[in-house]
Design a protein around this ligand. Structure first.
Ligand code: HEC
Ligand code: HEC
Ligand code: HEC
Ligand code: HEC
Ligand code: HEC
Length: 187
């Protein structure tokens, strides 16, 4: 009896550990346990595992097709708290140097062992507008155009990336744009 419940405890502890990871890591861990060889999941399965996160973007795409914009406005701009950011008396024209402006309020951001280059150096405005935008989340470009502006280089994982693109997924369905605790900031 004791041994039995210990076994069940170990099993569920193991399952918890595996579940805490992204679908790719889960697949690599389980394929290592059962075959001794870590491998990539088939592209189709990978997209299915992530599909739940795609619904948000499908909705956005449907709205866009109908010509309905998903605009967004930055709360401090909407509330006319201009001086929370602008200051005529400083060299930068802002309350703090320009590259520190976003972190002035969005403190401790981003976090994680793996940080995305532009977010890590405070280049938030490569992707976000400070006042308002025609896209959700103050994005300067629609989600499907945002990443390819910089990442034109060919992917090493070609099959996975072309399959997901053909299914209408966008990069941020799988990658966090800021960083995270998984390699390549996988969600
Ligand atoms: C969250 C910080 C923030 C707030 C709040 C904010 N701004 Fe700005 N503003 C910026 C940044 C950053 C730029 C620089 C944009 C650029 O160079 O592309 C800017 C640029 C500007 C410019 C230069 C022209 C332009 O649009 O690029 C004007 C004018 C301006 N802001 C006015 C305002 C006014 C008026 C308010 C209040 C209603 C306001 N801002 C609130 C951050 C802010
Ligand atoms: C004066 C304080 C302040 C500064 C400076 C500031 N923000 Fe914000 N920001 C806020 C607040 C308040 C919110 C709404 C609450 C939240 O999401 O944290 C917000 C929300 C956001 C959102 C979410 C908007 C949405 O539609 O979901 C983004 C993106 C954002 N900020 C980006 C930036 C960027 C980029 C900068 C630098 C140019 C910046 N912020 C500087 C106060 C600030
Ligand atoms: C490479 C593009 C990119 C850069 C650089 C970037 N963001 Fe974002 N950000 C996004 C996208 C895309 C979203 C939409 C939500 C998502 O996909 O996770 C977002 C969402 C947000 C949000 C609202 C939702 C959330 O995750 O809290 C805030 C706040 C935000 N960003 C702040 C920042 C700040 C501050 C910086 C700079 C330190 C920054 N971002 C740099 C792409 C970027
Ligand atoms: C302003 C340019 C820019 C934009 C926009 C941008 N990136 Fe990046 N990205 C970089 C830089 C710079 C690096 C670090 C250099 C490198 O590893 O290639 C990087 C690295 C990465 C990496 C890690 C690559 C590796 O081999 O470690 C991933 C994954 C990534 N970006 C995904 C995205 C996604 C997803 C988006 C859209 C939300 C995006 N990037 C938008 C500039 C950008
Ligand atoms: C279906 C999920 C998914 C989508 C959508 C996706 N990726 Fe990835 N991406 C991954 C996975 C998984 C890896 C890691 C593969 C590995 O471990 O070898 C990866 C790796 C990467 C890398 C680093 C390795 C390489 O191939 O260069 C970059 C950069 C990258 N992705 C960028 C992007 C960009 C840009 C987009 C949008 C055009 C995108 N990804 C869309 C899942 C995805």
């Amino acid at each position: 009896m004791k041994i039995n419940s210990l076994f069940i405890f170990l099993l569920s502890a193991g399952a918890l550990l595996i579940c805490a990871c992204d679908p790719l890591t889960v697949h690599k861990v389980t394929s290592t346990i059962f075959d001794g060889v870590p491998s990539m999941p088939p592209a189709d399965q990978y997209c299915r595992d992530y599909h739940i996160q795609a619904t948000q973007d499908e909705l956005a795409a449907a709205l866009k097709k109908k010509g309905i914009k998903q605009e967004s406005t930055h709360p401090p701009y909407a509330e006319k708290r201009c001086n929370d950011c602008h200051d005529k008396n400083t060299d930068s024209g802002f309350v703090v140097p320009a590259e520190a402006l976003c972190a002035h309020c969005h403190k401790g951001f981003p976090t994680g062992d793996f940080l995305h280059g532009p977010a890590a150096v405070g280049a938030c405005r490569k992707c976000h507008s400070p006042h308002s935008a025609d896209n959700p989340n103050l994005l300067t470009k629609p989600p499907e155009e945002l990443c390819v502006a910089c990442h034109a280089e060919p992917r090493t994982t070609v099959s996975l990336h072309s399959t997901s693109q053909a299914k209408g997924m966008v990069c941020t369905n799988c990658h966090d744009p800021h960083g995270g605790s998984n390699r390549f900031f996988l969600r």
